[in-house]
Design a protein around this ligand. Structure first.
Ligand code: 13P
Ligand code: SF4
Length: 340
């Protein structure tokens, strides 16, 4: 599957007075509606600041599963809101802009997956959570970037070393998992996220030259993953300073680095929205984007105005049909059981 050249999102400009007024309005409406606001780490700062919980895909799923409020206002993209609806079927899940999609989730349909499975009937299917509910409904295990290695290791342990695995849809994550686990019997779908695939080996070469000795935080969806692993294998980059992490894992790194108190340069290879929570958590660390253009226009579709309107009018409901949700819950719950 070739990469789709989608435009990156422009940086939004925010008037602090208008932002604070809207945030007050949002909080008041959330209270009236008994809503909890969940936000992904790539959301714009003013959304992150108004949210009750900010986290990565796994953390957001775990939160959705235990929510007690009547409404979940989900500030993220469509597949994440679907996952929340699957895990909390009796809650109202609101996505402030229903067009907030995901190029990675679009890279495999349920029909394509079924066709792939028919070619390898013995294989266990592992799909990244960045997939539609319909894809999850025909999947054996889900995984996120924080637990993909653990999920594959679990399958190999449970089903034996000869087990064939159909892994998708992200080819960079798949290649990374295969390399770390050493499991050769993996077939990897050739999908990608347009934002992370756009972070190229050349970006790493350039930014390494500008900041020698910096640590690297790399999201395993990135197009530069293989080259960084090669730098490490060749001894050009110290393996100690290279961390392949989910966005939640990056937050864990920031908390630890801040507590250690050593000022340092850290190169961050992921969507640039991540810089905001990282800098907030560790103000003494110099976080440098590997590619400052890597912005997800889908994540940036969620604005305070849209969140306010959605809470006020109850618009943007995401509801997964009960039969699909029942089947899609199985691979998600298997994943969550591996990472309680
Ligand atoms: P995580 O937050 O799980 O690392 O996922 C990143 C992502 O690309 C979500 O769109
Ligand atoms: Fe999808 Fe990539 Fe945007 Fe994440 S950053 S929501 S994977 S398009």
């Amino acid at each position: 599957m070739s990469s789709v050249p989608l435009p990156m999102a422009p940086e939004p400009e925010a008037d602090p007075v208008a932002v604070s007024r809207l945030q007050d309005e949002v909080r008041e409406l959330a209270k009236q509606r008994d809503a909890i606001i969940l936000a992904h780490n790539y959301q714009v700062p003013e959304i992150q600041d108004v949210a009750d919980y900010v986290g990565d895909s796994l953390g957001l799923s775990q939160q959705a599963a235990k929510v007690e409020n009547a409404v979940i206002a989900f500030c993220g993209v469509h597949f994440m809101a679907e996952t929340a609806s699957i895990l909390a079927p009796d809650k109202t899940v609101l996505l402030p802009d229903l067009d907030a999609g995901c190029s990675l989730a679009d890279s495999i349909t349920a029909e394509q997956l079924i066709e792939w499975q028919e070619r390898f009937p013995e294989a266990v299917t592992v799909m990244y959570v960045n997939t539609t509910a319909a894809v999850k409904a025909v999947t054996d295990y889900c995984c996120t970037s924080s637990n993909a290695v653990a999920v594959v290791e679990h399958i190999v342990r449970e089903h034996g070393p000869q087990t064939e695995i159909c892994f998708g849809p992200d080819m960079f994550l798949g290649a990374y998992v295969q390399k770390v686990t050493g499991h050769e019997r993996m077939r990897i779908w050739d999908g990608e996220c347009h934002v992370h695939a756009g972070i190229r080996p050349d970006d790493i070469t350039r930014v390494r030259g500008e900041h020698p000795g910096a640590d690297f935080l790399i999201h395993p969806e990135c197009g530069c993953v293989t080259s960084v692993m090669e730098y490490v294998a060749a001894g050009d980059v110290d393996s100690e300073g290279v961390k392949m992490l989910s966005t939640g894992g990056m937050m864990g790194y920031a908390a630890k680095a801040e507590s250690e108190g050593a000022p340092r340069d850290v190169i961050v290879a992921t969507e640039v929205g991540m810089l905001y929570p990282l800098r907030k958590a560790a103000p003494d660390i110099n976080f440098i984007p590997a590619n400052a253009e890597a912005s997800c226009r889908y994540m940036k579709m969620i604005t305070l105005e849209k969140l306010r309107d959605s809470l006020r009018d109850g618009t943007g409901e995401v509801k997964v049909a009960a039969d699909v949700a029942e089947r899609a819950r199985v691979p998600i719950e298997r994943m969550v059981a591996i990472n309680p």
